[in-house]
Design a protein around this ligand. Sequence first.
Ligand SMILES: *Cc1c(COP(=O)(O)O)cnc(C)c1O
Length: 427
Amino acid sequence: MKKPGIGTLCVHAGYEPKKGEPRQMPIIQSTTFKYETSDQMGALFDLEAAGYFYTRLQNPTNDMVAARLAALEGGVAGMLTSSGQAANFFACLNICEAGSHIVSTASIYGGTYNLLAVSFKKIGIDVSFVDQDASDEEIEKLFRPETRAVFAETVTNPGVRVLDIERWVKIAHSHGVPIIVDNTFPTPVNCRPIEWGVDIVTHSTTKYLDGHGTTVGGAIIDSGNFDWMAHADKYPGLTTPDASYHGLTYATKFGKLAYITKATAHLMRDFGSIQAPQNAFYLNLGIQTLHLRVKRCCESALKVAKMLQSRPEVKWIRYSDLETDPDHANQLKYCPDGSCGVMAFALKGGRDFANRFMDNLKLITIETHVADCHSCILHPASHTHRQLSDEQLAAAGIDPDLMRLSIGLEDADDVIADLIQAIDNAK
Ligand SMILES: *Cc1c(COP(=O)(O)O)cnc(C)c1O
């Protein structure tokens, strides 16, 4: 049979009910699981047998949703986490420890930047940031003997830049380290980084994957392609015996499943950031319509972006699906069906005009959120970054006039009309 299309995977992958079983993926709302003999339980604790024993480590509902995401991304296994932050934290911590170093692109989500630049530093993991369009030489200079991973976003939040994935994969692999990419904005419907050689994919499932603004969550998907044993000295956590599991070595015992097995058996056991099964159920409802919603958001966003581009009040706009955008070639290559429904733009007239414009919006809401069914807007200079002066914002690479606009599932004509009336009434 031909490989199922992305829409079919959204609806079916990871859960196939048998005779008399629930048609919809069930919520297994249970902390623990019953066994019949002491030995059966012991084998689970030794990782000698596969099975469920405590939801802090694994839960069947979560695993079905993770398997669905792994199928969508083209990976071998996945794991859900309580948030996108937890996903990026665990994705790195699974292969880093005090003394390790990471090379990251600079234009990434603010929460991830804080995690890498501030919190990782406190636990002894050093991160070098570099412009994603820097020359190969500039990027290569940052690698050290202790470098353990490269980190980037496929489409950045809030700058909506599109990564040249193949170039970054090549650089990471030439230094013998895996590349982890956060694929939250395009989702696997628009971009499948593993097909371009990426090793590990992360998500804030809070955004399009859930898509309705109901549940905070995250996910990690492993391609199974990175050869840990070939770089055994760098990844002792995967390639040497784990004393907390009677001297088992993940890479030799679990092969392609080593990375996700370790993240589950070690990180979830010790740090415990599991997604609630109830939330995994909501997430799954979102994924079942992901292919329809993402397509619609992109179609509407392109109409909105073209309208904004034509208006004299607009100072600049970044949306990679516009033919004039500097990242348009990358968008056509990596996200041929569209990048996402989020764009960044600025109005002439500074903060005062931007604030009057936002106060006049009626349909589009002012929110610290993106990428769901409701159109929304955020002005970093007035909201998330309001403690910074214009000069400090410029130093952080943020135009004080930048607004992040996320287009939802309303009729595009209504969203466009709302933007036009708000611009006109702000004058
Ligand atoms: C929102 C977001 C995160 C953080 O996810 P939470 O679910 O809010 O913890 C990480 N990366 C990107 C690209 C995001 O947009």
